[in-house]
Design a protein around this ligand. Sequence first.
Ligand SMILES: CC(C)(COP(=O)([O-])OP(=O)([O-])OC[C@H]1O[C@@H](n2cnc3c(N)ncnc32)[C@H](O)[C@@H]1OP(=O)([O-])[O-])[C@@H](O)C(=O)NCCC(=O)NCCSC(=O)C[C@@](C)(O)CC(=O)[O-]
Length: 300
Amino acid sequence: MSLPSHVRLVEVGPRDGLQNEKQPISVADKVRLVDDLSAAGLGYIEVGSFVSPKWVPQMAGSAEVFAGIEQRSGVTYAALTPNLQGLEAALAAGVREVAVFAAASESFSQRNINCSIAESLNRFEPVMDAARQHGVRVRGYVSCVLGCPYDGAISARQVALVSRELQAMGCYEVSLGDTIGVGTAGAVRHLFEVVGREVPRERLAGHFHDTYGQALANIYASLLEGIAVFDSSVAGLGGCPYAKGATGNVASEDVLYLLQGLGIETGVDLPRLIEAGQRISRVLGRESASRVARARSALA
Ligand SMILES: CC(C)(COP(=O)([O-])OP(=O)([O-])OC[C@H]1O[C@@H](n2cnc3c(N)ncnc32)[C@H](O)[C@@H]1OP(=O)([O-])[O-])[C@@H](O)C(=O)NCCC(=O)NCCSC(=O)C[C@@](C)(O)CC(=O)[O-]
């Protein structure tokens, strides 16, 4: 299969990237991050989540962040909503695109959203109905698609079944998350082959964490399978509160560098993206996890 000529990058840094940070991050710093990312040309930014503040305290100010950002035309600003309460809060904050999140592993589902996979899918039905009534698009996530921190190996068939359910209930796209970054290129190709029998590949996205250093190889493997949407996080921010030891998402700068090298269009400006990542890394008091950003700053 030939590589796509264009890839859509879904920037999850402000949400997936920051949700696990222990130190408080001000609303102003989050707003600045989102605005820096849209100025760099990202067309899809996951700004925050409307989840229980007891479960994920860092996302408690998501409504304020939505109120503070400059909403550029043509950019999608999204939020995670695990249930109807979350969707209602998102709607009240003026959010126009949300995501529901399920898992392919029972134990992760329990730890992450306190219910079984089947219960989570039932819980999403009223979210989908209300979103539909309000003309809000819903993206779906499946976590632990290549392995679970509690249950170990996960079958591609199980991922396909959960993905199919999300699509059937109205998710326009399903993002497959390698939550703990254990996947390797061959397993990724097999995964998309199996899931692709249930959900068309143009409705699938890849969401890779870089815990084992495999994320870029896995993105390349996904490209070979016809996948053209990837989630990534500026400066490689992140880690999952319910997956011990998981590092951040693959760094957006590194994905962009890979795609540029392949001649694939994204509409994103690399120097501005690097600046956005360096600014938030200064706020967090640490060096960017992006290899590309580090290499470029060593040259400066
Ligand atoms: C799903 C729940 C809420 C269930 O949590 P629960 O405790 O079972 O909920 P509940 O319905 O029994 O309600 C208990 C309390 O939570 C409140 N509550 C209930 N819902 C909400 C809400 N939406 N917003 C704010 N508050 C809420 C509710 O009001 C009540 O408050 P109280 O009466 O005790 O004061 C909880 O487990 C939760 O918030 N989990 C969020 C976990 C999370 O955000 N994880 C990270 C995102 S997923 C991810 O990172 C993976 C991904 C997507 O990136 C892909 C990958 O890499 O794998």
